[in-house]
Design a protein around this ligand. Structure first.
Ligand SMILES: C[S@@+](CC[C@H](N)C(=O)[O-])C[C@H]1O[C@@H](n2cnc3c(N)ncnc32)[C@H](O)[C@@H]1O
Length: 299
């Protein structure tokens, strides 16, 4: 199981510069995933102590194994970063808070997690399969056509949101359930005319899948609530590093950083414009193509 970390060199460079002179920096990796960032931080900053957070219990188990050799320099905590204030409070304050939002390749490539339109599996999409969130199948089963259309449009920017939502509702009336990712892909493929699908330039189900994933995991509210907590966890000079993968997330980060700087006078935005991956990285790693890195430093 692998996940190639995105913008890793750039993230490490910001950490190295900002943590220069701190012998044992305390760092939160708020989206541990497979531990790619954490491993490079622990290797690259020999005094660093990392506290990893992830809401996916599989990610926690895998990275605990991967990072075992760092012994007491690394610890993992299970939970959503929306509640990070309470999750890591005992170890605060921190010198760096790092977040690499979205899903990992591990989640995307495991068919039974239901995130991928490329692998057939149950329509699940919960990052924490033991949590209270409804599965994607339950959302499609229970929400009205109007609500589904809103979800597809707001979180996926899907132009055909109404058409897709009303087809889902009419299928439901006929007693047909969408139970698998394949069922949903087939419905979308069967609905959109072939020339439209060709013109989309992306997989025709990509936007609906993104929208459902954001809704199921309440991703934007988690992000807002995490940002709200960060000032309370930051040591003086703490650097906040966030990589986002779509404009909804990036906008929230950008506005919050700006408010911290201009209105609340908490510190300084270090990235006037977001940092994007080099062409060489996007050619090697498809997931990197939409990544944006923003950095803030608390004074
Ligand atoms: C892009 S991956 C991180 C990959 C990691 N940087 C690496 O190099 O292996 C994002 C991770 O964040 C986790 N995640 C997403 N939203 C979360 C949230 N609200 N709370 C906690 N973890 C979250 C996902 O479960 C996933 O494992």
């Amino acid at each position: 199981m692998t996940h190639e970390p995105v913008l890793l060199a750039e993230v490490l460079e910001f950490l190295r510069t900002s943590l220069h002179g701190i012998a044992e920096p305390r760092i939160v990796d708020g989206t541990l995933g497979l531990g790619g960032y954490s491993e490079s931080i622990l290797e690259g900053l020999p005094g660093a102590r990392v506290l990893g957070v992830d809401r996916d219990p599989m990610a926690i188990a895998l990275s605990e194994r991967r990072l075992e050799r760092f012994a007491s320099r690394f610890r993992a905590v299970h939970g959503g970063f929306g509640g990070i204030g309470a999750l890591v409070r005992e170890d605060a304050p921190f010198d760096a808070l790092v977040f690499d939002l979205g899903v990992s390749n591990m989640q995307l490539s495991e068919a039974e997690r239901g995130f991928s339109f490329q692998h057939d599996g149950p329509l699940d999409m919960r990052m924490d399969p033991h949590g209270d969130a409804p599965t994607a199948a339950e959302v499609l089963e229970e929400k009205s056509a109007e609500e589904l259309a809103r979800i597809f449009w707001e979180y996926g920017g899907e132009r055909y949101s109404r058409r897709i939502a009303s087809r889902i509702e009419s299928e439901r009336r006929r007693g047909r359930r969408l139970a698998t990712t394949g069922d949903l892909v087939a419905l979308i493929r069967g609905l959109l005319p072939a020339p439209v699908q060709r013109k989309m330039g992306i997989h025709p189900a990509r936007r609906v899948f993104q929208a459902l994933r954001i809704f199921v995991n309440d991703e934007l509210a988690e992000l807002e609530s995490m940002l709200e907590s960060l000032p309370g966890l930051a040591a003086e000079g703490c650097v906040v590093v966030i990589v986002s993968y779509h404009s909804l997330e990036d906008r929230i980060v950008k506005h919050r950083f700006r408010a911290w700087e201009k209105e609340e006078k908490r510190g300084k935005v270090l990235t006037r414009h977001p940092i994007l991956p080099q062409e060489e990285e996007t050619a090697r790693n498809f997931k990197a193509r939409s990544a944006k890195l923003r950095v803030f430093v608390f004074s």
